[in-house]
Design a protein around this ligand. Structure first.
Ligand SMILES: Nc1ncnc2c1ncn2[C@@H]1O[C@H](COP(=O)(O)OP(=O)(O)OP(=O)(O)O)[C@@H](O)[C@H]1O
Ligand SMILES: [Mg+2]
Length: 388
């Protein structure tokens, strides 16, 4: 798929921007702080309903404005047909109104009947950015988000499972917190009779999320290893090891949703006293991690800066391959990544992505865009985006 037109209103630094785009490579070039990342961030937002830079929506709305609107004309299919025309092409106009603190609003082809979540899966993108280093060096939450975003990109209905899980977890935590407070104040403890019910909910929806994460990790393993070898030959092997909060023993051999549900329930039972003491849910996919190994060692805490970078890039390249294998090629976004790489890895990465259906690159100077990525070019300066 590709984005044929991107239109912004009060998004980040842009009061307005209209950017017509073609398939193939497009580079946005301009000095620091001029709005290059803001453009590609908008594409990423349509794909994931989140920003790769900030957790909250407020910074996405232009200072002083109330809401931001991101619009994109998206084209699926439409490879050149035997008669030269684009056959089987499907165009959709997506619109997302970002209202910090309130519900966002979405439209597809000007119909107002859709939830923002219905946009998921239409714009597919894989975004490479300096922030990706946190996938390797950062907290487990970064890696969980990586897995869950990829799961939702491949199967949008799982956005519902993610939000169900978040809701159940929040309610269960509220119950535990009340109980913990009551205990601390000498009471007999709050009414915990409903906790069993919440355990059942948490185990059921948690198991579904967990099963999808395990499947994803298994599918990613060979792809990440291959990508790392392409970027840094001889530097691997790399290994992905999903670490569940239910414990290694419970994880071992558990497969399928039903078995995982049972193991989660058992783990919740074991943890119950401690959970009531601490007033928080200690078991579940929200406490899991993905251990990234480089050779026999964990990458986090052991890998060099360059190795960590290659690892992060390999995770994104593997995501790209996986999404392509599903039959709908995602937009590749490379935000400021080339400046961070040495010449060899720069060329390798450029070669690996050059054939993508649509590749959006940002760079501060022309020289940072590798030769393999010649294509359309926009100058981004003083809030204007001008085709060269
Ligand atoms: N909500 C907002 N309202 C107004 N301006 C904003 C908002 N958020 C960010 N900006 C401005 O946007 C600019 C940053 O844009 P962006 O991150 O796209 O820069 P860039 O061109 O990618 O720069 P670099 O080369 O340093 O990565 C900053 O000057 C920042 O002040
Ligand atoms: Mg930038």
């Amino acid at each position: 798929m590709h984005v044929a037109h991107l239109s912004l209103a009060d998004f980040r630094s842009y009061a307005r921007a209209e950017v017509p785009l073609d398939p193939g490579v497009t580079a946005f070039v301009g000095p620091n702080g001029q709005g290059k990342t803001n453009l590609v961030e908008a594409v990423g937002y349509l794909a994931t309903l989140g920003s790769h830079r900030v957790a909250a929506d407020a910074p996405l709305v232009r200072m002083g404005a109330e809401r931001a609107v991101v619009r994109a004309q998206v084209v699926h299919g439409g490879g050149p047909g035997p008669h030269g025309g684009a056959e089987g092409e499907r165009r959709q106009l997506l619109e997302l109104e970002i209202n910090p603190g309130r519900a966002n609003r979405a439209r597809i082809n000007r119909s107002s009947q859709v939830r923002p979540r219905d946009l998921l899966g239409i714009v597919r993108s894989v975004l490479f950015a300096p922030e990706d280093l946190a996938l390797v060096k950062g907290d487990p939450g970064e890696r969980r988000r990586f897995l869950d975003e990829l799961i939702t990109a491949r199967a949008p209905r799982l956005a519902g499972v993610r939000s169900d899980f978040d809701r159940v977890l929040k309610q269960r935590n509220t119950l535990l917190k009340t109980a913990a407070l009551a205990r601390r104040h000498g009471g007999k403890g709050a009414d915990l009779s409903t906790l069993d019910v919440w355990d059942q909910h948490l185990a059921a929806v948690g198991a579904e999320l967990l099963a999808h994460r395990l499947d994803l990790v298994a599918a990613m393993q060979p792809l990440v290893d291959k990508a790392y070898e392409q970027l840094a030959p001889g530097g691997g092997p790399v290994g992905l090891d999903y670490r569940g909060s239910i414990g290694d023993e419970a994880m071992a051999g558990a497969s399928g949703r039903e078995q995982l549900r049972e193991r989660l329930l058992e783990a919740l039972t074991r943890a119950r006293r401690q959970e009531i003491e601490r007033g928080v849910t200690l078991v579940g996919p929200h406490r899991d991690d993905l251990l990234l190994k480089l050779g026999p060692m964990p990458a986090k805490g052991y890998a060099s800066h360059g190795e960590s970078w290659s690892y992060a890039l390999a995770l994104r390249l593997a995501s790209y391959e996986l999404l392509c294998a599903d039959g709908d090629e995602p937009v590749l976004v490379l935000d400021d990544v080339f400046a961070e790489l040495d010449a060899r890895r720069r060329e390798r990465l450029a070669e690996l992505v050059a054939g993508g259906e649509q590749v959006l690159v940002t760079a501060a100077v022309d020289d940072d865009v590798p030769g393999a990525l010649r294509g359309a070019r926009f100058a981004v300066e003083n809030g204007t985006v001008v085709r060269q």
